[in-house]
Ligand binder design. Structure first.
Ligand code: CTP
Ligand code: MG
Length: 229
């Protein structure tokens, strides 16, 4: 089976509050999304990259025009939805003809520009014979509190078994399409697969693969992107 990347890039970046959608914000000299596309284009295991953008996206054409090295490696899908789950599901439906049920799909946030080829390789190598699939994730390091409505600690949550989910999240096409069709309110692919009663595998990710979400994340992302890896 083959390995495909599917990049949801149809959000508006409300929390970061920039004047352009965050996936197009310049980071270390390139739009955030360009870093992600370059990494997947350079990853040997990946056959092809699909990007889901919004139907009225006004930035992707310029990005692609500035990236002749991506021609033929990347296909744009103008099928963004109201939520991340909808964008991913629309993307999966749009590639139905090009992908087999047993092919792997690596779903990766455009907002995680720190992904590296080494992390993609680790995920693919760990899961290539897996019956379920899985995701990059990081063991939680903070002590976690459950708070009540008055911001009083209700409980300290046992940390030992907790991981913070990252992307890529890698599942076989047929399973992922079924899972996301059935699961409506999920914030990642693994949750949808879990709702089928399956247990995705956790594969160690990296702090540099964090999701750029708030204004102060920009400087940290640039620091990681300027590091050689
Ligand atoms: N995404 C998407 N379609 C949506 C919402 C999000 O494709 N309707 C994508 C984003 O472009 C991003 C990824 O899903 O690559 C993770 O989402 P998030 O970090 O929440 O990005 P935004 O939704 O753009 O940001 P915010 O929630 O702050 O508005
Ligand atoms: Mg969002």
């Amino acid at each position: 089976s083959r390995y495909f990347a599917l990049i949801p890039a149809a959000g508006i970046g409300a929390r970061i509050g920039a004047d352009i959608p965050k996936q197009y914000m310049p980071l270390a000299g390139q739009p955030m999304l360009m870093h992600v596309l370059d990494t997947f284009a350079a990853a040997g295991a990946i056959s092809h990259v699909f990007v889901v953008v919004s139907a009225d996206d006004g930035y992707i054409a310029d990005l692609m025009a500035a990236a002749p090295h991506l021609q033929g490696r990347v296909t744009l899908l103008f099928h963004g939805g109201a939520t991340r789950r909808d964008s991913v599901l629309n993307g999966l439906q749009a590639i139905r003809e090009e992908v087999g049920d047993d092919d792997w799909v690596l779903v990766h946030d455009a907002a995680r520009p720190g992904l590296t080829c080494a992390l993609i390789e680790r995920l693919v190598e760990t899961l290539r014979d897996d019956l379920v699939g899985g995701l990059l994730a990081l063991p939680v390091v903070d002590t976690l509190k459950r708070g009540d409505q008055n911001a009083r600690v209700a409980q300290t949550v046992e940390r030992a078994e907790l991981w913070a989910a990252q992307t890529p999240q890698m599942f076989r096409y047929g399973l992922l399409l079924r899972a996301l069709t059935l699961a409506e309110a999920v914030t990642d692919e693994a949750s949808a697969v879990e709702q089928l009663g399956l247990q995705p595998r956790l594969v160690e990710g990296s702090p540099r693969n964090f999701k750029v979400t708030l204004p102060h994340d920009v400087a940290l992302a640039e620091m990681f992107l300027k590091e050689k890896f």
